[in-house]
Ligand binder design. Structure first.
Ligand SMILES: [Zn+2]
Ligand SMILES: [Zn+2]
Length: 410
């Protein structure tokens, strides 16, 4: 470990107090604004199943990595998932990547109640499928999207899978109670409810460890660039992509999203890509990838950019202020209840702001194609790779040291 103070986990008291704070109060109603009944039914049935398994265990047991307050990571012995159902599949994760949100979440800093089962980016091997499943067979290698979506409702058919109407809002793996108890990928088995709609075959010749992040962070990076960049490069071949990442050194989020943004911008033809990050190790990693990297204070001396990707979590206003006239500011967003936004300047410059959660599933085949073509090598972003068996120790160190991207393999 080098440089500044490491990330420090929050103990139980501070974590649970945070869940009663103003940020949580702003997020919770948004998560519950649709289908409160469906959400409660899911929680009740999960609770009832747990109680039944405790009294009369009928299912085999498996390991699942649990994050608990105080930065505690450990494998728990839990019942294996129930049978897949007619449309579902049971998969065995073989490469699990940390998402940039995993560190602050596992450290108890976010509005996601702990304990929870960690992991929502993975490549897996199919173990069993329901009788109606046609697209996957046991033994197939697949990428599992972070979000749970049915593929058949109106939002899913429109490609807005993160807003699937068949499941409660923000249904996703690996974030515990907050996203609906679907299980975590850092475990021996995971149940995927809509196998044909969700699972994407891993193309031949692609390393599972390299592709694990296609489930979330890589698609997140892609959606910030692909819709906007081609037209901008047509107007100006040297148009700059500015990626705003951590604006202070002790930002607990991982740094894979901003680095993926840099790699994808280059893969899509951008010549001028600049990353702004206060963390020296992230700037050094970016430079090794051929991406210009500067400290936040150097941003003041630069001209505004036509495309600004905001992955700073906290500084949307700064990202908008750095957006050139008629430019686009696209933000990965945050769970803060409000942000200072320079409305008048953004209005006068006619800036367009995009934000919100990623609908990853429709983008996954496109990103895998980019990898298969050789234009994108996301494995260059991985900073730690280790066997899943060592997850408690390796992820514990990864989070405390504020490293970039960890992948666990099984
Ligand atoms: Zn994620
Ligand atoms: Zn749907």
């Amino acid at each position: 470990m080098r440089g500044h103070a490491a990330n420090r986990p929050r103990g139980a008291l501070r974590h649970y107090a945070g869940l009663l704070g103003p940020n949580a109060a702003a997020v919770a109603p948004a998560m519950l604004e649709r289908d409160v009944g469906a959400r409660l039914t899911r929680l009740r049935s999960a609770g009832a199943q747990r109680a039944r398994q405790r009294l009369r265990p009928s299912r085999p047991r498996m390991r699942a990595l649990q994050a608990a307050p105080g930065g505690k990571l450990r494998f728990r012995d839990v019942p294996a998932p129930p049978p897949p159902g007619p449309d579902g599949a049971i998969v065995h994760p073989i490469a699990i990547a940390t998402c940039d949100i995993d560190c602050p979440m596992a450290m108890g800093m976010l509005q996601m109640p702990l304990p929870l089962h960690l992991g929502h980016e993975c490549v897996a091997e199919v173990v069993a499928v329901g009788e109606r499943v046609q697209g996957a067979r046991p033994g197939d290698r697949v990428v599992v999207p972070y979000e749970v979506s049915c593929g058949a409702c109106p939002p899913c058919r429109a490609g807005l899978t993160a807003s699937c109407a068949s499941v409660p809002p923000v249904s996703a793996f690996g974030m515990g109670l907050a996203t609906g108890h679907w299980g975590g990928a850092c475990s021996d088995l995971l149940r995927v409810p809509y196998a044909d709609a969700m699972l994407v075959p891993l193309p031949e010749g692609i390393d599972p460890a390299a592709a694990a992040s296609v489930a979330d962070n890589l698609c997140d990076a892609y959606r910030h660039l692909a819709p906007h960049l081609p037209a901008m490069l047509q107007r100006d071949r040297d148009a700059e992509v500015l990626i705003l990442a951590a604006q202070r050194r002790n930002m607990p989020f991982g740094a894979s999203l901003p680095l993926y943004c840099g790699l994808i911008a280059k893969a899509l033809g951008a010549r001028n890509v600049c990353l702004v990050d206060a963390r020296a190790r992230v700037r050094e990693h970016a430079q090794r990838l051929g991406i210009e990297a500067i400290e936040p204070r150097a941003l003041r001396r630069r001209p505004r950019a036509p495309l600004v990707v905001d992955t700073s979590v906290m500084h949307l206003g700064r990202a908008l202020a750095a957006t050139a006239p008629d430019g686009v500011c696209t933000s990965s967003g945050s769970l803060h209840r409000a942000a200072r936004v320079p409305i008048a300047a953004a209005y006068v410059r006619k800036a367009t702001l995009h934000m919100g959660r990623t609908s990853a599933r429709p983008l996954m085949p496109v990103v895998l194609d980019l990898m298969r073509s050789g234009a994108l090598a996301p494995e260059l972003v991985i900073s730690t790779q280790a066997p899943l068996d060592q997850a408690p120790r390796v992820l514990g160190e990864h989070f405390r040291e504020g490293s970039i991207k960890a992948v666990l393999t099984a």
